[in-house]
Design a protein around this ligand. Structure first.
Ligand code: S3P
Length: 184
């Protein structure tokens, strides 16, 4: 059965590496569609009452991943939302299933150079606080690429695109998937 031949919920889920533009493009799509914007990292932060870097520092990555899985599960009932996810949300099979159940999943990609430039602007990503963040980024990206593409119904490389162009392209693909789903 094709991915869309099922009861596709009318949410747009964005997956992709840190700095791939999930939050900014997600906000732009939500505004254009009149959908609500949600961010799984933000859900984790609100539920834990602490920033992500603090969760990593105090309890480690596995605890963060558990919180991330339960944050994603808590979104099961939402409708007409754009949901940006943390860059590692696709790592667990359970999460990949949850994300696909949430709605139309699009993966955002950008060149390593562009991603590195964007993530270098802040220090809020604990996984890149290493001796050689450029190399860490390369390794994580290489290890995760298959999981992003396996989860998503549509992948968009935004390296050469403006934010409005990327938002429009994803909206168009999502519309097509939702229309096709309504027709079956
Ligand atoms: C992570 C990405 C972050 C955040 C956490 C772990 C990852 O989200 O969930 O720091 O494993 O790639 P963004 O992709 O929004 O930066």
């Amino acid at each position: 059965m094709s991915e869309t031949a099922r009861n596709l919920r009318e949410n747009i889920v964005l997956v992709g590496f840190m700095g791939s533009g999930k939050s900014s493009i997600g906000r732009s799509i939500a505004k254009r569609l009149g959908y609500r914007f949600l961010d799984s990292d933000q859900v984790v932060i609100e539920r834990a009452g602490r920033p992500i870097a603090q969760i990593f520092a105090e309890e480690g990555e596995e605890k963060f991943r558990d919180l991330e899985t339960s944050a994603l599960a808590s979104l099961r009932e939402v409708e007409r939302c754009v949901i940006a996810t943390g860059g590692g949300a696709v790592l667990r099979e359970q999460n990949r299933r949850l994300l696909r159940e949430l709605g139309f999943v699009a993966c955002l990609k950008a060149s390593e150079e562009v991603i590195f430039k964007r993530v270098s602007r802040t220090n809020k990503r604990p996984l890149l606080r290493t001796e050689n963040p450029r190399e860490t980024l390369h390794q994580l990206l290489t290890a995760r690429q298959a999981a992003y593409e396996e989860t998503a119904q549509f992948t968009l490389d935004t390296t050469e695109m403006t934010q409005p162009e990327a938002a429009e392209t994803i909206m168009e693909e999502a519309r097509r998937a939702f229309m096709w789903n309504r027709a079956v």
